[in-house]
Design a protein around this ligand. Structure first.
Ligand code: ADP
Ligand code: RBF
Ligand code: MG
Length: 427
């Protein structure tokens, strides 16, 4: 059943109400005034590099797979198992070709790329039962629950527009608490003539929301989705689900690394209020193992040693956490528990091919501790990974991260994890 927008929805963030009721800082408050004076000259406004405000919107249209749900992992798992039957090996390379496609287009791409001796329809009927057993295992992506709850609690209308068939969408979201009720409109790829990259699905969502397309913000992980959103003349935030792809998303109005980095106030929506002293509290997560050799450049090149952990046993955990700078507590066998700040990801400055975890323990040790058991609890997030114009600016930024982490870890909210038994279990 569809829920249509109730006219009494509290659209108190509408452009008519400028100055904006949700300034998140003094600077932004003045940005809103600037916006007001430039409202008739959007181009000029948007070319102002210092101005973080994009364009006011009234609602948010979300993609599902790869944007809110971590479906890519399930797709890879199913194809990995199934292709063995054809004597083929799924190597993940094709992931790029299927993200954002309709199921039929995605299956057709796999049949073609792997030269499978079956038709697209046959492949679909073979793998559909395999997917059905997996729906309940799909996890929300980082920040998805937070975003839905936030927009919902502020009365921001939300639509779900996915190339997946409507029935599949309903099944997938039925496993996620509170999601179905949060969307005023849900549209599947089978409810329009052509799926993304055609703008049709987004235009239909806007129509059903009763909001003009130019006041809609689309959040999308795939290129076809971004193309569709722009073709619908909507504002589009891209959250690429595959690494090292952001340079391809030139048509998006903004590219972010994960939903954790979305700043709703840039679009005239209520800002998140959960950031504390430059940090975002997370549901804590745990990882540990012996300290292994890394790239050998932490101390040498940066003067910042990072005690690398093997990611072998943690590929799932690692895929669940977006690249970025995090912090928490580190327990080191026979040495104690220390504050910790770390990067997860591909270190754009060095353009690594592997996603690594690099914890910097905020303590002076007189020696190396390779092979010792290190247990860490990650309690908060600071920022996305970034590239830097010079080594010096990277090092400066990492020292800023250290200061933020050091200070935040004294807050009761974070300091309580210092005594977590997991940290001491390695002692
Ligand atoms: P690698 O590339 O092998 O990780 P690094 O130059 O990053 O080399 O140095 C990391 C090593 O330095 C750690 O594995 C650990 O043995 C040691 N080390 C000394 N002090 C620290 C610290 N404060 N934080 C992390 N590692 C440290
Ligand atoms: N590398 C990057 O390329 N970009 C970053 O934004 C970045 N941030 C970091 C933040 C912290 C707190 C730490 C400890 C490291 C960070 N690095 C970053 C990783 C650095 O490149 C890495 O430690 C070296 O590559 C050593 O292997
Ligand atoms: Mg290291």
């Amino acid at each position: 059943m569809l829920f249509y927008i109730n006219a009494s929805f509290s659209l108190h963030f509408l452009p008519e109400r400028i100055p904006h009721p949700y300034p998140s800082s003094k600077i932004e408050e003045s940005e809103h005034h600037r916006f007001k004076s430039h409202i008739s000259n959007r181009k000029q406004f948007r070319m102002s590099a210092a101005n973080p405000l994009k364009k006011l919107v009234k609602c948010v249209i979300l993609d599902l797979d790869g944007t809110l749900l971590n479906t890519d992992g399930i797709v890879s798992d199913v194809l990995r198992v199934h292709l063995v039957k054809y004597g083929k090996k799924w190597d993940g390379r094709e992931a790029k070709n299927i993200v954002g496609k309709t199921p039929f287009e995605a299956a057709a791409a796999v049949v073609e790329d792997y030269e499978l001796p079956c038709t697209t329809s046959e492949l679909i009927s073979e793998i559909t039962p395999m997917f059905s057993t997996q729906w309940c295992n799909i996890k929300p992506l980082a920040g998805a629950n937070r975003l839905i709850k936030h927009l919902g609690s502020h009365g921001v209308p939300m639509a779900l527009a996915s190339n997946s068939p409507r029935d599949n969408i309903e099944t997938k979201i039925s496993f996620q608490n509170g999601w179905k009720e949060s969307f005023s409109v849900i549209i599947g790829g089978d409810e329009v003539k052509s799926g993304k990259p055609s703008p049709e699905i987004f235009l239909e969502a806007a129509k059903r929301l009763n909001i003009e397309p130019s006041s809609c913000l689309v959040i999308e992980d795939s290129l076809p989705g971004v193309t569709a959103g722009k073709a619908a003349e909507m504002e589009v935030v891209a959250v690429p689900s595959l690494p090292k792809q952001s340079h391809l998303y030139t048509s998006a109005d903004e590219v972010i690394n994960s939903l954790l980095d979305l700043r709703p106030e840039k679009w005239g929506l209520p800002p998140f209020q959960d950031w504390i002293e430059g940090t975002l509290p997370l549901e804590p997560w745990f990882i540990g193992g012996p300290v292994i050799k890394g790239f050998g450049r932490g101390s040498k090149v940066l003067g910042i040693p990072t005690a690398n952990l093997s990611t072998e046993r943690y590929s799932t955990l690692l895929s669940e956490h977006p690249a970025g700078v995090y912090f928490g507590w580190a327990g080191l066998s026979a040495r104690g528990v220390f504050k910790m700040v770390m990067s997860i990801g591909w270190n754009p400055f060095f353009n690594n091919t592997e996603k690594t975890i690099e914890p910097w323990l905020l303590h002076d040790f007189n020696e190396d501790f390779y092979g010792e058991e290190l247990h860490i609890v990650v309690v908060g997030y600071i920022r996305p990974e970034a590239n830097f114009p010079s080594l010096e600016s990277l090092v400066t930024k990492i020292h800023e991260d250290r200061k933020i982490a050091e200070k935040a870890l004294d807050l009761p909210l974070y300091s309580k994890y210092k005594n977590d038994p997991y940290l001491k279990s390695s002692l």
